[in-house]
Write a protein that binds this ligand. Structure first.
Ligand SMILES: Cc1cc2nc3c(=O)[nH]c(=O)nc-3n(C[C@H](O)[C@H](O)[C@H](O)COP(=O)(O)OP(=O)(O)OC[C@H]3O[C@@H](n4cnc5c(N)ncnc54)[C@H](O)[C@@H]3O)c2cc1C
Ligand code: SF4
Ligand code: SF4
Length: 501
């Protein structure tokens, strides 16, 4: 099969690219979008407060009116948490100000953009995983999907964070990678139904501190998307050193904090999911232009980490890719106005390697000096290299289910609406020997860092896997200290089926 334009990933980046191309086409063109989830939006998860300007440029006013944008943020606040207390900062840091911006669910946004694209003639093939790149020498000539080659003059990689095709492209073309390796956070999110609270509607709160402490970068968000619905989550960087860190348990600890309880007491969880966020920023961005391919959105690392926003950059980069294809020229950074903000905070994330106080001081300085201080480039390392051995450490058992608001991992996973296919095996452990060493040195961190309990200790030296639990966050491809997990992008539309995340 051949396509004029082939796009991998029906997220905001891929769909923005498809919509822009389809609208500009003066003659029939085949624009194919491959999406691994069973429905467009089924694998999309975000906060989210969105900067809507790029969508306004992409869409007609009538199309824009069909987007499922929620209320505009009326009040925002920023809080430091200790184990029992919360301190509201007297001001919200400039980059964290959300007032006036709309709330949105990424899954719902994806569905709406998918419909607009389809109405313009874009062919979106769902449950269709692009499983490998077709190479013509060192040039991308297309992809393999369902054992069939799909060839195109240009393949647009819009597969989100830590995609395997982008990884293969950068392995073959290391010169296209950023100066720093990419570094990630894992974001765990739930949508809750809560007792009606009209006063809280359209308010957002962000937290830092407990339960992450001084040495795990990250924080929580609480978005009152409706009077009876709260979207909340905890994002934590996976370059942590302590192998005891268990993101899902930290998420639950955070939810039990009195400050968070005030927002959600009496509620019940409706949906759960997890996804990575590329956080390296400016120095970790990959090149957008590759031989035979363009890399856009989270696949390129386009997230403004300081404000945890990437939706606008995904849309901007999709449009910039489309413009480049229409011109028949390379993508230009100047077509992404929001890139300036990443440049201004180029060392922001790397500065947090020295802990929370140093990171916050560096963030403030960077903002005040327009990114001139800290100068140069603070190096980053791969997330898998950050663990420090803890011989003799015995992992603590996960806390059991504790009511409709405090679900254990298995109960939470039930709310990811997992689609399962008998015999679908996309995960394997490479070699048992590193696992034995890993149990001794790190007490098998995969049994904790996976937000879907895919990895279990079968005994004191062996891992048992439950691939059917996988929510496809790809954390395990980055955090196993021995790089001993063989994870392939699943086929046939299996995995989560997010509806409002
Ligand atoms: C917890 C959390 C909170 C966030 N909060 C905000 C926020 O408040 N505001 C904001 O602006 N941004 C936020 N972000 C970031 C934002 O969600 C992302 O930057 C944005 O979704 C990136 O869009 P994308 O199209 O590049 O990638 P994605 O949204 O990940 O889309 C990629 C698509 O490609 C598909 N795909 C991947 N691989 C393949 C393959 N091999 N074959 C076929 N299909 C494939 C996936 O299924 C998916 O549908 C948040 C992210 C997280 C995790
Ligand atoms: S799979 Fe990786 S993280 Fe898990 S025990 Fe084996 S080496 Fe350790
Ligand atoms: S198995 Fe890997 S990709 Fe799947 S949910 Fe666990 S960490 Fe994420």
């Amino acid at each position: 099969m051949t396509a004029d334009i082939l796009i991998v990933g029906a997220g905001p980046a891929g769909l923005a690219c498809a919509i822009r191309l389809a609208r500009a086409a003066t003659e029939p063109r085949s624009i194919i979008v491959l999406e691994k989830s069973a429905h467009v939006g089924g694998h999309l998860l975000s906060g989210a407060v969105i900067r809507p300007e790029p969508l306004k440029r992409l869409l007609t006013p009538d199309e824009f009116a069909t987007l499922p944008l929620g209320p505009v943020v009326a009040r925002d606040s920023f809080h430091a948490l200790t184990p029992r207390c919360a301190f509201r900062l007297p001001f919200v840091p400039p980059k964290m100000r959300m007032k006036g911006l709309p709330l949105v669910s990424a899954s719902a946004l994806g569905r709406a953009l998918g419909k607009i694209a389809a109405d313009l003639g874009v062919e979106i093939l769902t449950a269709q995983t692009a499983s490998e790149i077709v190479w013509d020498g060192d040039r991308v000539a297309g992809v393999v999907s369902d054992n069939e080659k799909i060839l195109a003059a240009t393949t647009v990689l819009a597969e989100g964070p830590a995609g395997l095709l982008t990884r293969d492209l950068l392995a073959r073309h290391p010169e296209l990678g950023g100066a720093n390796p990419q570094t990630y956070a894992i974001g765990l999110k739930e949508l809750l139904e809560v007792p009606e609270n009209p006063e809280a509607a359209a308010s957002v709160a962000h937290t830092f501190g407990y339960p992450l402490g001084l040495h795990v970068y990250g924080g929580g968000f609480i978005y009152h998307v409706e009077a009876t619905r709260v979207a909340l989550g905890l994002a934590l960087a996976i370059d942590y050193a302590d192998p005891a860190v268990d993101p899902h348990e930290r998420f639950r600890q955070w939810k039990r904090h009195p400050f968070v309880q005030r927002h959600i007491a009496g509620g019940k969880v409706l949906e759960y999911g997890a996804r990575l966020v590329p956080e390296g920023g400016w120095h970790s961005l990959s090149r957008f232009n590759a031989p035979g391919a363009l890399v856009i959105g989270d696949a390129a690392g386009l997230v403004d980490t300081m404000e945890l926003k990437g939706l606008h950059l995904a849309v901007e980069s999709g449009m910039a890719a489309a413009e480049a294809l229409l011109r028949g020229e390379p993508m230009r950074p100047q077509d992404l106005p929001s890139l300036a903000s990443l440049r201004r905070t180029a060392n922001y994330r790397a500065a947090f390697r020295g802990g929370l106080p140093l990171g916050m001081a560096a963030a403030g300085l960077a903002w005040v000096t327009g990114g001139r201080i800290p100068w140069g480039r603070i190096p980053q390392r791969n997330d898998r290299d950050s663990l420090r051995p803890r011989p003799g450490f015995s992992p603590v058992a996960r806390t059991p289910d504790n009511g409709p608001l405090d679900l254990g991992l298995d109960a939470d996973l039930y709310l990811s609406h997992l689609r399962i296919r008998e015999g679908s095996q996309h995960i394997a452990i490479g070699d048992p020997a590193p696992c034995r060493e890993c149990f001794d040195r790190y007490a098998a961190p995969c049994t904790r860092f996976c937000p879907a309990a895919v990895y279990e200790a079968a005994d004191e030296k062996t891992i048992r896997i439950r691939p059917e639990n996988c929510v496809q966050c790809r954390c395990c491809t980055l955090k196993c200290p021995f790089d001993n997990i063989r994870w392939q992008t699943p086929l046939h539309g299996v995995g989560p089926d997010y509806r409002e995340l």
